[in-house]
Structure formats: structure tokens, C-alpha cells
Design a protein around this ligand. Sequence first.
Ligand code: NAD
Length: 264
Amino acid sequence: MRRLEGKNALITGGSTGIGRATAIRFAEEGASVAINYRSSAREAEITLDGVRDAHKSGPGKGMLVQGDVASEEDVRRIFAEVLTAWGRLDILVNNAGIQAANPSHDVTMDDYDRVLGVNLRGAFLCSREALRHFLDRGGGGVILNNSSVHERIPKPQYASYAASKAGLAALSRTLALEYAGEGIRINMVAPGAIATPINQEWTDNPDREAEVAGHIPMGRTGEPHEIAAVFAFLASDDASYITGQTIYVDGGLTLYPNFRTPWS
Ligand code: NAD
């Protein structure tokens, strides 16, 4: 399917994991893709190669844009670089995200602020720049946010992460309502447990992965391309009447798995 033909997309945190898979899927669907990365230029180049491979049969373009989404100055520059190169942006995917684990009573405020800074402030900074551009040029646009099942499920020892994703959900719904009349759609994908570098703790350990999979009704962890497919749907006109929603892509993790077996 080439549902994104002629569209220009910016994906934050596109050098690895779900961001990489989404960049390549968008390119397969015909979009030109700007790949933001913060520090891993080598990994970002691998994503760009994937995007260029996917474009072999079409006119789509790819570019890299370095920058920290938590920095207002960097975000302005990221958008300026993309708009200078391409003149127009149609789709923003706020994908960049980090997490930090610690018992909450031991968390340093630096760690707490860092997680909120990337996951929530970063998504707002990028959304604000995208909204300014969409309003300026008219004709609407799409903003997609990478949330998490932890926008709903509590995650002990990851309070900053859970708070950032719940905040992102409230932010998305608020912006969706605020700009629905301008033809701007804003939605979220909430992944469950997906095999990416953020989950190295279990991706590198088969016993731990089996433990994680044991909590998932479908009996397995997810792959980045399974998230990318949903981002592609939400970015496309197939989702033209959807805004302010979260789609959970989690193998049933949010279905209260402990209730699988009836008990009285
Ligand atoms: P990942 O670690 O591969 O991807 C995160 C990306 O964000 C990395 O490329 C990283 O370099 C980038 N990044 C971090 N800080 C940044 C900053 N300040 N500026 C720009 N880029 C920055 O892991 P992933 O699983 O692909 O994560 C992508 C998103 O998916 C995150 O928002 C994460 O919270 C969300 N998510 C992942 C899972 C999962 O199980 N993998 C589940 C739910 C939600």
C-alpha cells in the first residue's frame, strides 16, 4: 500500500526501535521521511539506508535531522531544517522516549525531569512547531504520539515514565479537541512490550523475555513493525475521521490478563 504518497513526515527518535520501523514503513507507503536523532548518527544512518531502500521504486526522499527534542532551541532548528529542505510537513510522529527505573523514594529530580523532559515536554515542543506550520499553511495535518500501555497501567519504580505517558494522553486529547476544526488530527499508539533497545533488560535474556510474554494474553512480545503499521494507518486518510484516540497495540495486555481464568 502507498497511502502516504506525496506526504512529508518527521519522526523523532528515529534512529532505533519503533522509530526506525515507522520511518521505513512510512517510506514504503510513499512518504518522504525526516529522521530525527539525538546522538546516535551511526544508527540513524542505518534507518536512512532502510528509507532509501524502500524508496527505490518511488520519488520519496529521506533526510537526517540531529537534535534533542527536550530543547526548545533544538526543536526550532529541527523544524527549520526540514521546512527549508522540503517547504512543507504533513505528519509529525512524536516517538522519542526514555525511561528510568528506581524506587520512587530514591529518584533524583534530575532523573525525573529528564524523563518528563523528553517524553512530555519534547512531544509538546514538537507538536507546537508542527501546529504553527499546519495553521500557517492551512489544510490540516497529522500528529501522532507514541504513548504506552503505561498511560493506563501503573508501573512501579517507573513513576516518571507512567506520569509522562498519562500526561501525553491528556495533552493529545486536549490538542485534538483544540485543533479538530482546523483539520488537524492527533492520535496515539500505545504499545505493550515491544522488542527494542529500550527493553534490553529482557530482549537480551530469553528467561526474562518468557516471563514478560507470560503476562501477555497473546503469549508473545511484539515487534516494532507491528507498531509501525498502526502509525501508518493513523497517518493515512484511512483514519480521516479519527482524532483524540489511543489505539492499544499490546497483544491484549490491557485486558486484565489475570482474569483469563474465571474465578469466584
Ligand atoms: P528505543 O530506545 O529504540 O527508541 C527511543 C528513541 O528515542 C531512541 O532512538 C533514542 O535515541 C531517542 N531519544 C531519546 N531521547 C531523545 C531526545 N532527547 N531527543 C531525540 N531523540 C531521543 O525504544 P523504542 O521502544 O523504539 O521507543 C520508542 C517509543 O516507544 C518511546 O516513546 C517509548 O516510550 C515507546 N514505547 C515503547 C515500548 C516498548 O516496549 N518498546 C512500549 C511502549 C511505549
